[in-house]
Write a protein that binds this ligand. Structure first.
Ligand code: SF4
Ligand code: SF4
Length: 295
């Protein structure tokens, strides 16, 4: 499985780009998943979206913390070091920029850097600075992971008529004009270790028959993020079908499903946000989401 993180700004079509990319993967016979992460929901604010692809069904539901590929839709974001957090050594960066050197100066240990003047192309072809389709063309050429024809088919799910024609031209120019540089990344354990302090949060431990909790202790890692305040429904366990497989604990995105004194998994309600992932993933259908009373 490969993991992609897209960075853009509100209004640049970052989320739609991730969706179109996932559709192109599926059209090409792969599995894919995608979801967005909005910061401030305002035009111009930084936006991330996450996509995964692979030959097998994808069960991961977390944000992408350790991207193999970074797709940067906005030039101003390419020069902010934090946007490369967790980037894997030897990975691929595809960026809308005219200043490739500024990325090279960040010493990211990339295996490939592909740059294209996304804004210039988008302005010429679509009359707007919305770079998403141009950057998808650059992605296809640089990585070879999706076919241009599949991307065109994916675009047709979102655009039609003149707008579709303009965006296909932008896509084709991104494909044709991207400049790809390859590097021999240094392999240093220190770099791998130091790239993201988020890694500890998402790394599941080795699975044994039963375990206290699949993830790091939320009471330490998420102390200041009381995601339980977001909840309007909660998971309720029916113990009789429960097989104690621990999948609910593994897949809980905030790592709050823990083994209780009774030997079964229960959510820590200070952190359970009521997303229902545990119920969806439970192979025994032992978890039901029930509405909470509004106080
Ligand atoms: S996933 Fe379902 S069956 Fe497995 S431990 Fe959790 S509740 Fe029990
Ligand atoms: S609903 Fe389930 S998966 Fe979602 S936060 Fe609560 S325990 Fe975790």
């Amino acid at each position: 499985m490969g993991e992609i993180r897209l960075h853009g700004r509100g209004g640049q079509g970052t989320v739609i780009a991730a969706e179109m990319l996932a559709n192109a993967f599926v059209l090409g016979g792969k599995y894919a998943s995608v979801f967005p992460s909005f910061g401030v929901e305002r035009r111009g604010s930084a936006v991330m979206a996450f996509a995964r692809y692979g030959e097998q069904p994808i069960r991961e539901r977390t944000r992408v913390y350790r991207p193999d590929i970074l797709l940067m839709l906005d030039q101003s974001l390419t020069e902010i070091r934090a946007n490369y957090d967790g980037f894997k050594s030897g990975g691929t960066i595809i960026a809308n920029t005219k200043h490739k050197q500024a990325i090279e100066d960040l010493s990211l240990n990339q295996g490939m850097l592909a740059v294209v003047d996304g804004v210039g192309i988008a302005l010429e072809e679509t009359g707007t600075a919305i770079t998403n389709t141009c950057m998808l063309g650059a992605f296809a050429k640089a990585t070879g992971l999706v076919r241009l024809d599949d991307l065109k088919e994916a675009l047709a799910l979102y655009f039609q008529g003149d707008l579709l024609a303009k965006n296909i031209r932008s896509l084709e120019r991104g494909y044709a004009e991207v400049e790809v540089s390859r590097y021999t990344p240094a392999k240093t354990a220190e770099r791998e270790k130091g790239q993201s302090d988020l890694v500890d949060i998402v790394k599941p431990p080795e699975i044994t028959t039963t375990f206290a909790a699949a993830w790091a202790d939320v009471s330490q890692k998420l102390l200041n993020v009381r995601t339980g305040d977001w909840r309007y429904r909660r998971p309720e366990l029916d113990k009789s079908p429960c097989r104690l497989c621990g999948w609910c604990s593994i897949y809980c995105p905030v790592g709050c499903m823990k083994l209780g004194d009774d030997g079964y998994y229960h959510p820590d309600l200070a952190y359970c946000k009521g997303c229902g992932v545990c119920a969806n993933m439970c192979p025994a259908h032992a978890i039901k989401m029930t509405a909470e009373e509004v106080i």
